[in-house]
Design a protein around this ligand. Structure first.
Ligand SMILES: [Zn+2]
Ligand SMILES: [Zn+2]
Ligand SMILES: [Zn+2]
Length: 149
């Protein structure tokens, strides 16, 4: 059993690449660093106690894995999608690698340790302003998308 390659509990993949970041295993729980950081239900506790799992608690990650079982990925349609769009009323969830391939936007705020994902519908232009939060383009302004490729 020990020879089996461990898979990420969150995205289910076993490879490590520039998208997922490295894998870590603790107490039988394996996950990618980026999958953990962008999972909506857990946050990095950054305590030496949890050093082995990028600062995440094994129990938290287990819970997040359970939560993900009910969430279907907007991209690949498989379950286990723990990385949800930050826009509250948006129901899109992804596996972290799927979100990357779906053109989602990732905002990393080092100062408060927040890692936020915005789906392709809600991605904001990189202008450093958070004032667009909650803005809706529905109804009016529907001609804004004229420059279709
Ligand atoms: Zn993963
Ligand atoms: Zn997926
Ligand atoms: Zn969204």
């Amino acid at each position: 059993m020990a020879s089996r390659r461990p898979c990420c509990l969150l995205c289910g993949k076993s490879e490590e690449n520039s998208v997922t970041g490295p894998l870590a295993t603790k107490d039988g729980i394996t996950a990618h660093q980026n999958c953990l950081l962008y999972a909506s239900g857990i946050y990095c506790k950054d305590s030496p106690e949890y050093d082995d799992l990028f600062g995440f608690s094994v129990e938290d990650v287990k819970q997040e894995g359970k939560r993900g079982k009910k969430l279907r990925c907007h991209s690949c349609k498989h379950r286990g999608a723990t990385a949800g769009c930050e826009v509250k009323r948006c129901t899109r969830s992804y596996h972290y690698p799927c979100a990357v391939h779906s053109n989602a936007d990732f905002i990393e705020n080092q100062s408060n340790g927040l890692f936020q994902l915005f789906c392709e519908q809600h991605r904001q232009k990189a202008n450093g302003s958070a004032q667009n939060d909650g803005a809706t383009n529905q109804g009016e302004g529907s001609k804004a998308r004229q420059d279709v490729i």
